[in-house]
Design a protein around this ligand. Structure first.
Ligand SMILES: C[S@@+](CC[C@H](N)C(=O)[O-])C[C@H]1O[C@@H](n2cnc3c(N)ncnc32)[C@H](O)[C@@H]1O
Length: 354
């Protein structure tokens, strides 16, 4: 009896922590919307009144928000001075949008999971899936902001150099396509680094393509990056590209084999495809040992799997497809060489050739 009460208390405490964390997401989204983390980062230690003044918000509302942030451990607090601040780690993760460890974009992604939950529930009942184009806008923005820091940390420094001969081609001048490009963050990064190369981003989602064009213009690389609305299975014809990339998009596709086959048909002689996917293992039991699997399966349930199920093929690989299933997809599509590169990276990166 005592044992089961203890187990109950432990579980209740766990759920209390989870409920607190889940409630905090709405405060974090609000804080981001009002620029509160950034303002606190630039202000340094501040009372609620000082910060309210700087941020242009009501002090009483802000005081309660700050208390909740301190309770979450998202900001530090000194009782003697009544001041709140972001320490180095909190600043890097919550306020440094262009840095390699920024994670606050993830809160917007979580908001999308809540906002679209009734549609996902309906998809559970109908089995017809829920397309990317049927989701709320904060999913598109949240996805870009959640993934961008990982690209910033790895794309130019780790992933491209790990591919056989690709970096050299990019320096001289190559043709590059990014399929399922979303808001274009990754391809814009490559365009900035390799001015002699030419880049095309493809995505079936029209509003993302419009946003990607605007981002390329803002970054001053629209002379070398263009974007087209097209699905992965039919973006033009014929061998043309030296490098085709796909960042966290293949598992969203209803027919990943068909998509990979089309990618292969669009590679120029000696071309390479780089597939970036969540770093899952082969199978649930192994994934359960990875603390990130919780995030991976949650996003896969609420976003990726319904997206794939809404498309022709409905293969529904899921975000945690793992290297074996992804390799099978590539081999079925006709690639003859599949190599796992950048082993230490937080993403699973496969080089497909042949
Ligand atoms: C998880 S998002 C990744 C976006 C981007 N690559 C990134 O890393 O930020 C998946 C993207 O794949 C696109 N997508 C899904 N199915 C597609 C298909 N069949 N053809 C082309 N794009 C597709 C979606 O519109 C979405 O922009």
């Amino acid at each position: 009896m005592a044992d089961s009460r203890t187990r109950l208390e432990i579980f209740q405490n766990k759920i209390a922590g989870e409920v607190g964390a889940a409630m905090s997401v709405s405060l974090a989204v609000l804080g981001e919307r009002l620029g509160l983390y950034r303002t606190l980062a630039s202000a340094g230690p501040s009372t609620s009144a000082e910060l309210a003044d700087r941020a242009g918000v009501n002090e009483r509302n802000l005081r309660e928000w700050l208390a909740a942030q301190a309770a979450s451990g998202y900001v530090d607090y000194d009782d003697a001075s009544g001041r709140f601040w972001l320490n180095d780690e909190q600043r890097a993760v919550l306020a440094d949008e262009d840095g390699p460890v920024f994670m606050a974009g993830g809160f917007e992604l979580i908001a999308a999971m809540f906002l679209d939950e009734p549609k996902v529930a309906a998809a559970f009942l109908s089995g017809r899936g829920l397309g990317w184009h049927e989701r709320c806008d904060c999913l598109f923005r949240g996805t870009e902001r959640f993934f961008r820091p990982g690209r910033t940390a790895n794309l130019l420094k780790v992933w491209l150099p790990a591919l056989d001969g690709v970096e050299a081609k990019l320096k001289v001048g190559a043709r590059v396509a990014d399929v399922g490009c979303g808001h274009g963050a990754a391809i814009i990064m490559m365009a900035q680094a390799f001015p002699n190369s030419r880049f095309v981003g493809f995505d079936y989602h029209g509003p993302s393509v419009v946003q990607a064009r605007a981002a390329a213009q803002a970054a001053g690389v629209d002379d070398r990056v263009t974007f087209q609305q097209a699905a992965a299975k039919d973006f033009g014809d014929g061998p043309e590209f030296d490098l085709i990339t796909m960042f966290d998009a293949l598992h969203d596709m209803g027919d990943p084999v068909g998509a990979a086959r089309h990618l292969r048909s669009r590679l120029a002689a000696g071309g390479t495809c780089m597939l970036v996917e969540p770093n899952a293992a082969d199978g649930l039991a192994e994934n359960l040992k990875n603390p990130f699997s919780r995030m991976m399966y949650a996003a896969s349930t609420m976003i990726c799997t319904p997206v794939s199920m809404s498309q022709e093929g409905a293969m529904a690989l899921g975000a945690a497809a793992g290297p074996k299933r992804l390799t099978d997809v590539a081999l079925q599509a006709g690639f003859t060489r599949v190599r796992r590169v950048a082993e230490e990276s937080p993403s699973l990166v496969l080089e497909l050739q042949g």
